[in-house]
Every structure is written in structure tokens, then in C-alpha cells.
Design a protein around this ligand. Sequence first.
Ligand code: UD1
Length: 338
Amino acid sequence: MKVLVTGGLGYIGSHTVVELQNEGYEVIIIDNLSNSSIEVLDGITAITGIKPQFVKLDLKEKQQVEDFFKRHNDVRGVIHFAANKAVGESVENPLMYYENNVNTLVYVLKEVLSLKQQNFIFSSSCTVYGQTDQLPISENAPVQAAQSPYGNTKQIGEEIIMDTCKVKPDLNSISLRYFNPIGAHPSAKIGELPIGVPQNLVPFITQTAIGIRTQLSVFGGDYPTSDGTCIRDYIHVVDLAKAHVIALKRLLDQKNKTNYEVFNIGTGKGSSVLEVVNSFEKISGKNLNYKIVDRRKGDVIAIYAETKKANEILGWKAELTLDDAIGSAWKWEQRINN
Ligand code: UD1
């Protein structure tokens, strides 16, 4: 059973390829290596014992996308990760984000419509909920005005798929709204590889602890939360990867209730920035050099998932804890700096 994974050498994509191969799927990866490294292929192979097929291709090249699908028309499902994901960069360069995240989605989806089996999984984000006071947040909550071009590409992406599903009954799609993915594979053979200064909390913590950065800035200590720092739902990347395999199987087994479905993928538990720092200090036995500074523009105060729909309808539940995720992220950071 052949599955196409776009962006399959990226952070979430690579962990998903591992879980797909563990479940017996034959995986073909497309990646343009713009924010990933070819060595990830070796990591996947070392974990699973199987080298997935890899095609270096930029999805902005429409003709090449068409040619690829002509050659691989036996693909039974497509999991589409390939996209840019840095909020700040998207504010600086919106057209790059619309081109990379929206145009490529259209090109891929058009080709999916030419397949015999049209099963499509989309990487969405809890960012579509914007600033919210509904906690935990459920899939029924209204999508709010996007806070960044990046967030907007996820909202537009969902709309493009939804509109297409309305008129193409053979297309079956699931959007997974991720909360905050962290951690690495427990083998430490694959993990997150941020380019330059990490924008996200956990890689910044581990890089500070290992001596690449001098100090973590905790953005805001005066939020109306228990300890004054922002709250997020941190989900282990391996749990998140497994959600994709389950979603794909749901489509392949024709268990989906409508041809377009949306699920929150989070733990359902909110953790503050200081709780993440404390978890790191406990797991690593190291003191982290951090300082509370001004709030970061655009941060929502608190968000965590209502997971009932994912648990009961999708049949997926997060199994790993925050400590598991932090421990795996630390193990990975130590490995790549050795
Ligand atoms: C953001 C996006 C999310 C996107 C993700 C991927 C929003 C609302 N969220 O998540 O959609 O998928 O990036 O990159 O746009 N923090 C610090 N110090 C740091 C870094 C972070 O205190 O050096 C704090 C932040 O203020 C926040 C928390 O840690 O409270 C998590 O931040 P981060 O890892 O950047 O993720 P989000 O902003 O939640």
C-alpha cells in the first residue's frame, strides 16, 4: 500500500514516515530539502530497517508535480506536510508563504483528483482558532481572523480542501489541527533540526542547556495564568505522527463520516512556559539560565485542545507525557552535538 508523504524529511513528516513504515506502508517521500537534510533519510532507515523512496522535488514546479503523479498513480493516500512554518518569517515575507503553502497545496490537490483513491491528509494548526477564551477549544469553535500570513495559509488551506470536497465526492480528506509538537524519536535518530536561532520554546531550551545559546527569554511573566506565563498544549511528535497513520487508515477503510473532517491533535492538557522549563530541569538535572522578559507580539495567552472528537471518533489519544517529550528532545540535542 503506497503512501506519498510531502515534506517527509521535515520534523513531523520524518516521524510520520517512521510510523507508517512500522505499520507496513510503502512510503514515497517528496521533499525540496529547503528546511530539511538528506541525512534524515538515514535516520529513518536506521530506525525502521527500510529505506523509503525519496524524490527531490519542489512542489512549486507545477509541471514536475504533474509528471510525478503520472509516474506514481498507484498512490493510495497523500499526507501533505510540505510547507513553511515560521510565524515571524511569514510576516516579513507573506508572498513566499502564500506561494509555498497555498500554491503548492492547489497543485498537489489537483493531482490527487486524478488518482483512483483520493485520500488526503492536511497539516493544519491550532493557530486557526486565534485568540480564544474557550478552553479547552473544540473543533466547533469559530475560526478567527489569522494573526499572521502563516496562520492564514492554514485557514485558506482548510477552505481550499473543504470547497473541493463539496464538489468532488470521491475526494476524502482530513485536516489535523496540531497543537504544539515537541520532542524527538526515542532512538534519537531523528528529531527537530531548526535552522538558525530557534523560534520555538523547546529547541531554544535544549540549545541553551547545551551551550549554543546563553539564555532563554521567557516571553511575558504577567499573563493572567497561574504563574504568569503563557499556556500551550505540548504534544509529543511521536504521538502526533501516529495520529496521521490512524487518520489515513480511517480514510482507507472508508470509516469517515463525511468526506471532509477536522480533528484537534493535542493532549488536552495545558502547560505553562515555566512548567516546561521545570520539566526540563527535572529530567536533565541541569539548571536552565532563563529570564522573564516582555511579552512577544502575537502570542495567545492560553490554548489547549478539547480532544473528545479525536479520542472517540478518530480513535486516537496522546499516550506520552510532557516529561517523555522533554526527555527525548534533550537526548536528541545531546546526540546532534556529539
Ligand atoms: C507557533 C504558532 C503555531 C505554529 C508553531 C510552529 C501561533 C499562535 N502559533 O506556536 O501555529 O504551528 O509556532 O512554529 O501562531 N516562548 C518563550 N521563549 C522562547 C520561545 C517561546 O517564552 O524563546 C514561549 C512563547 O511565548 C509561547 C510558548 O513559549 O508562550 C510556545 O512558543 P512556540 O514554541 O514559539 O510556539 P507557539 O507560538 O505556541
